[in-house]
Design a protein around this ligand. Structure first.
Ligand SMILES: [Zn+2]
Length: 175
């Protein structure tokens, strides 16, 4: 089956955005531009002020009613630090793995979410993306701000899948 969205290609484009917390660096634009053609309504909003912000967050939704299934994640990454054998913000596939800062934590998961949604153009209920720009930093104006934004609008998903990597033994090569 041909995916409407190639998750590796989308993950690579996200990795190419140097979105070190709290900089969005184009990552939310890449994500929004991938979601809109799939029928998602994309909302972006800025929360906070220095020194913890501003942080930009994204909420995207498709469909209506229940059940409401949401994907949650973050586009920010920690500073790359030392020890890279290639530019951390130039995505590169080596040995069958995508290398670059955030490939695993967690732009790869976001790209997988989008690719999955691109395979199901029609569905019951509501699909949403809850994407923060600050999970790796103080995390005050990220998830908490999105939750407050959703609460104000009476948006409460029934289920949320978080794409945070937890398998250190298998994922460590791709940090
Ligand atoms: Zn993470």
């Amino acid at each position: 089956m041909t995916l409407a969205i190639d998750p590796i290609e989308l993950a690579s484009r996200l990795v190419a955005c140097p979105s070190v917390t709290p900089r969005e660096a184009g990552a939310l634009t890449v994500l929004g531009e991938a979601l809109e053609p799939l029928g998602f309504q994309v909302h972006r909003f800025v929360s906070g002020s220095p020194p913890d912000g501003p942080v930009e967050n994204l909420f995207a939704t498709r469909g209506s009613g229940g059940p409401h299934f949401a994907f949650a994640g973050h586009v920010d990454v920690v500073p790359p630090g030392q020890g890279w054998t290639s530019d951390p913000f130039v995505p590169e596939i080596r040995g069958g793995l995508l290398h670059g800062r955030g490939a695993v934590d967690m732009k790869g998961a976001i790209a997988a979410f989008v690719a999955a949604c691109s395979e199901i153009p029609e569905h019951r209920g509501t699909l949403s993306f809850i994407i923060t720009g600050d999970e790796e930093g103080p995390a005050i104006h990220g998830t908490q701000a999105i939750m407050a934004w959703m609460e104000e609008r009476g948006i409460r998903p029934d289920m949320i899948l978080i794409g945070e990597p937890t398998s250190e033994a298998r994922g460590s090569a791709m940090w």
